[in-house]
Design a protein around this ligand. Sequence first.
Ligand SMILES: NC(=O)c1ccc[n+]([C@@H]2O[C@H](COP(=O)([O-])OP(=O)(O)OC[C@H]3O[C@@H](n4cnc5c(N)ncnc54)[C@H](OP(=O)(O)O)[C@@H]3O)[C@@H](O)[C@H]2O)c1
Length: 334
Amino acid sequence: MKAIVFHRHGSLDEVHYEDFPDPEVGATDILIKVGAVALNGFDPMVLRGIPGLKTPLPMVPGADIAGEIAALGRDVDAKRWQVGDRVTAIPNQPTGMMGETLRGGCADFVAVDQQFVLPIPAAVSFTDAAALPTAYGTALPMIEARGQLRAGEKILILGASGGVGTCCVQLAKAIGCEVIACASSGWKIARLKELGADHIIDTSRQDYVEEVLRLYGKPRTRGESGGVDAIVNYIGGETWAKSFRALKRGGRILTCGATTGYDPKTDLRYIWSFEFTIIGSNGWAPEDQRELLRRVADGRVKPVIHCALPLERFKEAFRQLADREIFGKAVLIP
Ligand SMILES: NC(=O)c1ccc[n+]([C@@H]2O[C@H](COP(=O)([O-])OP(=O)(O)OC[C@H]3O[C@@H](n4cnc5c(N)ncnc54)[C@H](OP(=O)(O)O)[C@@H]3O)[C@@H](O)[C@H]2O)c1
């Protein structure tokens, strides 16, 4: 089969579209003919090498796939699964994450144990189903089960233009929150307006703390005035302590990552005197992925697809992702 492969960590020069052995189909595996595979912010990071994460090489990237069953392993439940069924995979498995420590789906075929396969509703396309797992799957529990966002609350979303971010905007709007979305360029601002954000901050020319203070006033340690109720901050780095200045007393900071640095400077004075709650959120459960498929099927969530390129044009998508030129999700079609 053809696959996107890197044999060692490094730059985009290390990734190739090449002939690669077909996946071995174990007794309980389902062989999926990949119809669409979505990239994530972590794909360029894994390619470069993430400190502390041991990626077995050669690696096929791509956590999030959708496609059609091509073959069943000997012991697969044949009453439940049939060749030709439209399916997606749960990439975060007990043994690792596809595209990170388990072989991913940027390939013609991928083999997945039957317990990590989900049916796709007829109304959901391969492209939309592939866009969901990692980014939208992470956003759902972060906003709802962990973040407990409520109607009327104000939420500031940094990096709102990304995969996780575009889902956070949609989920928060559906709850009835007032959404303040940040992005780094004019064309992304226009797209965030279309997505329903109430206020948009162009971080290439505006300071998001100043903008929040202009909208809602300065947070006070006494009373409830000023600032926003919650901030989504998976950017980390210099934004971490800075974003505290936009949060109201009793506010919560939701984080699922650290795009620009995992050991940022903090400011404990803000955490205690404004009584902040810092809420981490990691991954998602299979039920979250099923719930997202249902919401896409009935139109409550609309995956934002920036591009759907042929698999062999992976370099374009990887480069755009690394250069912050994607709004929503980049999808590759084998
Ligand atoms: N814990 C988990 O389970 C989990 C799961 C999925 C993702 N994550 C994490 O969540 C974060 C977002 O993932 P994603 O897939 O949504 O990424 P993405 O699609 O690449 O989006 C990230 C967004 O961050 C913004 N950004 C700000 N500064 C940036 C910088 N220096 N470099 C790159 N982007 C920057 C970009 O928007 P602007 O250019 O408009 O600012 C970009 O759209 C990552 O840190 C990822 O590791 C965690």
